[in-house]
Design a protein around this ligand. Structure first.
Ligand SMILES: Cc1cc2nc3c(=O)[nH]c(=O)nc-3n(C[C@H](O)[C@H](O)[C@H](O)COP(=O)(O)OP(=O)(O)OC[C@H]3O[C@@H](n4cnc5c(N)ncnc54)[C@H](O)[C@@H]3O)c2cc1C
Length: 537
């Protein structure tokens, strides 16, 4: 491997592929990307992974491959297990997800700044959203057209009948039609931007890593589990792999996702002192790693399509409706996402099926995911042992805050209006597991919501970007407080759940942190040269 400064990137997911690609643009760095799941060589990715028409996850589509999922089960407030798919392959979540590519609200970045991150305003991040994408939208100051990730919206001809009907029904209930849901703070319904070319999902593994693979300073190691970061005092000097061997490094960058990054740090001695002690590790630095866990959660409203309405060649996710509830006006905290296909078979492991009780007698349903996009309830992740194969304890703590319970009621009621309004209502049988009487009454609706709450798979926040004296784990450049040589650059650092599906925000964070990292290093080198050229020392 060429390059003199060795960088180990842990986790070849959505963010990790971008970090490895960008940092290896510097020929002085030798970048080793370590991924627990399979690394598919260019052209060898299975068709089920690439097929953007479905989300190849457990209980969702026939293409589901258990090798590509960590098989995580979360327990919100000790309740029933909730299946939480998390990508375990090169590209991570971005390789198997819905590919919905929405930006958050401008107000999200006021929150980031409020956490003590003055350099993360909406103006600061806009160039990086532009840098990521080649958006089919007309060129303007909002959209990029030269980035690696292709963004497309379904044309009227491409919209599946149920998706077109969803848009029409939402408009009939009072929503504005919005073609570009990524225009700043767009409120309304329309075709959702998706990272795809035709029916092929395009992940950061394809868009960023593939072109970088041929560089002499890049190595990708698939099927390789990292156990912990190795320290010399508080300096990270490498990583220990599952087989006990050590990969030495000048810089360790962790991008294992918002669930597995905090667990990895905790196993490394970076975390709450009591937890690190429970794991039998020596404490490196006492930080609130694993706290501040955010996730969108969803209440599915489902029904069986009438005969002839649905066919297997249709895309599942094509349209969304974004709005603000009265609980948080202007926050874009409400989102309805139309799905055309959801397989309702139970998971067979005691956890409940995705569509909730009462739907297992039918095979496929369509419906609306009613999503709370600005949840205020925060959960936590805790490593259970030093074994990297043992998954951490995840408590998303959904519905803990009254404001979330109020907002989700309004979001479900908005979804109910849409699903019971023509033309969508005419294309579906009666909704399953929800009725007008339940919708009308707060207590009954609260009970139904509690029973149906599903993860949105949009975890974030567990290595909070904020100053150390304000509960932060990393600084504005992703550097872990109290350590050297160690950074986190994935969804874990996102301070507050964005008002949008999290992939695009994660890509933006990775692009920006990589840029800062390269610039920071140049400045550090520049400063050293200045010093040596200045006063004789
Ligand atoms: C089923 C599903 C559907 C989704 N749909 C959408 C959507 O439509 N739109 C959207 O915006 N977002 C969506 N998301 C969320 C989005 O995919 C995530 O926000 C994004 O992937 C987070 O990126 P990340 O890099 O932080 O983590 P990940 O993409 O999860 O990457 C982490 C990587 O690290 C690897 N790893 C973890 N631990 C270790 C270890 N110890 N050693 C080595 N490697 C390790 C993992 O295998 C994984 O490849 C979805 C997620 C899922 C799971």
């Amino acid at each position: 491997l060429s390059g003199t400064s060795k960088v180990v990137v842990v986790g070849g997911g959505a963010a990790g592929c971008i970090i490895a690609a960008r940092l290896s643009e510097d020929p002085a760095r030798a970048v080793v990307l370590v991924e627990a799941g399979h690394d598919y060589a260019p052209g060898a990715t299975p068709a089920g992974v690439l097929d953007a028409r479905y989300v190849p996850m457990r209980g969702h589509a026939p293409e589901f491959d258990p090798d590509h999922d960590w098989g995580l089960v979360a327990h919100s407030r000790g309740g029933a297990g909730i299946n939480v798919p998390q990508g375990r392959l090169i590209g991570g979540g971005g390789a198997i997800n819905g590919a919905i590519s929405l930006r958050g609200a401008l107000a999200d970045y006021e929150e980031w700044v409020g956490f003590g991150n003055p350099n993360w305003t909406s103006d600061d991040v806009l160039p990086f959203f532009r840098k990521i994408e080649s958006d089919a939208a007309p060129g303007n100051e909002i959209h990029g057209q030269e980035g690696p990730i292709p963004l497309n919206r379904a044309t009227d001809e491409e919209l599946a009948p149920l998706q077109a009907a969803f848009i029409e029904s939402a408009v009939a209930t009072g929503a504005d039609y919005v073609w570009d849901l990524n225009s700043p703070d767009a409120h309304g319904v329309g075709p959702v931007p998706v990272a795809r070319i035709g029916d092929r999902r395009v992940s950061s593994a394809e868009a960023y890593l593939e072109p970088a693979r041929s560089r002499p300073n890049v190595e990708v190691r698939g099927d390789t589990l990292v156990r912990r970061v190795v320290f010399n005092g508080t300096r990270a000097v490498g990583v220990e792999l599952g087989d006990g061997s050590v990969l030495e490094a000048d810089e360790v960058i962790v991008t294992a996702g918002a669930i597995l990054t905090p667990a990895l740090l905790q196993r490394s001695g970076v975390g709450r002192a009591d937890l690190v002690a429970e794991l039998g590790q020596e404490l490196v630095v006492d930080l609130p790693v694993g706290e501040n866990l955010g996730d969108h959660f969803a209440i599915p409203l489902v029904a069986v399509p009438k005969p002839g309405v649905w066919s297997p060649d249709q895309f599942s996710l094509q349209a969304a409706y974004r709005f603000s509830t009265q609980a948080q006006p202007d926050s874009l905290d409400g989102q309805l996402t139309m799905f055309t296909y959801l397989n309702t078979r139970t998971t067979g492991d005691g956890t409940r099926g995705l569509a909730g009780e009462g739907t297992t007698a039918v095979e496929n349903v369509a419906g609306i995911g009613c999503v709370l996009n600005k949840p205020r309830s925060l959960g936590a992740v805790r490593a259970r042992s030093m074994d990297p194969a043992e998954l951490p304890d995840v408590d998303p703590n959904y519905l803990d805050q009254e404001i979330d319970r109020t907002a989700i009621r309004e979001i479900v009621r908005t979804g109910w209006k849409v699903i019971t309004t023509a033309p969508l209502a005419d294309m579906l049988e009666e909704p399953i597991g929800m009725d007008a009487a339940t919708i009308a009454e707060d207590a009954a609706l609260d009970a139904a919501i509690a029973e149906k709450t599903a993860s949105g798979y949009h975890f974030n926040g567990t290595c909070l970007m904020a100053p150390a004296d304000r509960g932060g784990v990393v600084d504005e450049q992703g550097k872990v407080h109290g350590t050297s040589g160690l950074w986190v650059m994935d969804a874990s650092v996102v301070p507050t759940t964005p008002a949008a599906n999290t992939m695009l925000t994660t890509y933006m964070v990775a692009e920006r942190l990589a840029t800062m990292h390269l610039q920071g290093a140049r400045e550090r080198v520049g400063a050293m040269q200045l010093d040596s050229a200045g006063e004789a020392r």
